[in-house]
Design a protein around this ligand. Structure first.
Ligand SMILES: *Cc1c(COP(=O)(O)O)cnc(C)c1O
Length: 389
């Protein structure tokens, strides 16, 4: 026991001396952007609840109705865990994404870890954008496939990797993995061009829309809808716990893809089904996102994004506005200053982002008001990180 504890203590000491130690902080709130944390009231500019649906009465009520029948699903989906709420959610997702079918997972992490290794194995090639989320990287590693990484959004390098894969592994499956909106930079992928490249080289494409769904495209259908390439992408993944305000994730595509994953995605096969209440909440959220209320919420969200970035050096292609600070210690210091000024915007550091690119990841929501955003602009200016032009 003693040796074990001293091993743990040593590791934590190393993190701490590199300004890389993280601590959990408890955040209480009644929905919306105002939260209580460490005895203070803060405006939350760090949540992925971009439309404020996590506390939307219709989403909460949908979950509550299911709770009358119980909570836990009791077993994996393949045993006796598939409930009408799961079936309904998957039909609604497929309709929303305009795909033939969809399969839900307990989380985005589980969706990636189940799907990638089911599609690719040793002898195959997975090509990822450098800024892909950790779950996509972990899933590619787990698959045992050869991994190639191209610099962020660099089509030339992607083309070179595809060429290399085709020459050196002529019989391999080649899977390109990208996000639609990158989670720590908030910029978007050149999806059309990526689709054209993968088609030219006979590769397949996996797009993670975690931060695109609900925010971009007609009806909040995501960047795939904006680019008009939905029917040319083999695997579309998205999460239900961000703009949709619920929990879990989906993979959308053909009916065969769904049937294949039901059989082969290990995080699906060997894991207890999510509670029906969770599925029902997500179903209700999609109804809101795709309807006229969703349009209104997106209008408000985009007005907020414009208000934060207008006339500044900040740029935004999504609800994520990165304020790059650089050093880890300095980023912590600025985050602390913001905390003192009444804002919850934790510093994002390695290993979430590359060393030396620590940042404040400011996220906007339809529920922020103009006063909150003006005050944030002022505080960023005072902290010397955002000189107005
Ligand atoms: C959040 C996120 C995930 C993981 O989804 P969870 O449901 O939170 O596990 C996957 N991919 C990206 C790009 C994400 O931002």
């Amino acid at each position: 026991m003693r040796e074990f504890e001293s091993f743990l203590g040593g590791e934590i000491g190393t993190l701490s001396s590199g300004d890389l130690l993280r601590r959990l902080r408890t955040v209480e709130g009644a929905g919306g952007p105002r939260v209580r944390c460490g005895g203070r009231e803060l405006v939350n500019f760090s949540s992925n609840d971009y439309l404020g649906l996590a506390a939307h009465p219709a989403v909460v009520e949908a979950a509550r109705r299911e709770l009358d029948r119980g909570f836990g699903a009791g077993a994996s989906r393949l045993v006796c865990g598939t409930l009408p709420a799961h079936e309904r959610l998957e039909e609604v997702i497929a309709h929303f994404k305009r795909t033939a079918a969809a399969l839900s997972f307990s989380s985005g992490y589980a969706a990636a870890m189940g799907t990638l290794p089911a599609i690719c194995g040793s002898g195959d090639v997975v090509i990822l954008d450098k800024l892909c989320h950790a779950c996509l990287v972990d899933a590619a590693r787990l698959s045992g496939a050869k991994i190639r990484v191209f610099p962020h959004n660099h089509l030339g390098k992607l083309d070179a990797h595809l060429r290399w894969a085709r020459t050196t592994h002529p019989a391999a499956r080649v899977l390109v993995v990208v996000e639609s909106v990158y989670s720590m930079d908030g910029d978007v992928a050149p999806l059309r061009e990526i689709v054209e490249l993968k088609e030219r080289h006979g590769a397949w494409l996996f797009v993670d829309e975690a931060h695109g769904v609900g925010v971009l495209g007609a009806g909040g259908r995501g960047l795939v809808e904006v680019a008009g390439v939905g029917d040319r992408i083999e695997i579309q993944m998205g999460t239900l716990g961000k703009a949709l305000g619920a929990h879990g994730a989906y993979v959308a595509g053909s009916a065969l893809l769904r049937e294949f994953l039901v059989n082969r995605a290990r995080s699906f096969v060997f894991s207890t089904a999510p509670p029906a209440a969770v599925a029902a909440a997500a179903t209700a959220a999609i109804g809101i996102v795709a309807g006229s209320e969703g349009d209104q919420l997106r209008e408000r969200l985009w007005a907020n994004i414009r208000q934060l970035t207008a006339g500044s050096s900040l740029a935004a292609e999504s609800a994520i506005v990165p304020v790059i600070i650089g050093g880890e210690a300095r980023a912590l210091e600025v985050a602390e200053k913001l905390f003192e000024a009444g804002f919850l915007i934790p510093a994002i550091r390695y290993p979430t982002v590359a060393k030396g690119t620590a940042r404040l990841r400011v996220t906007l929501s339809a529920t922020h008001n103009a006063g909150d955003i003006d005050r944030l602009r002022m505080v960023l200016r005072e902290a010397g990180i955002e000189p107005d032009r």
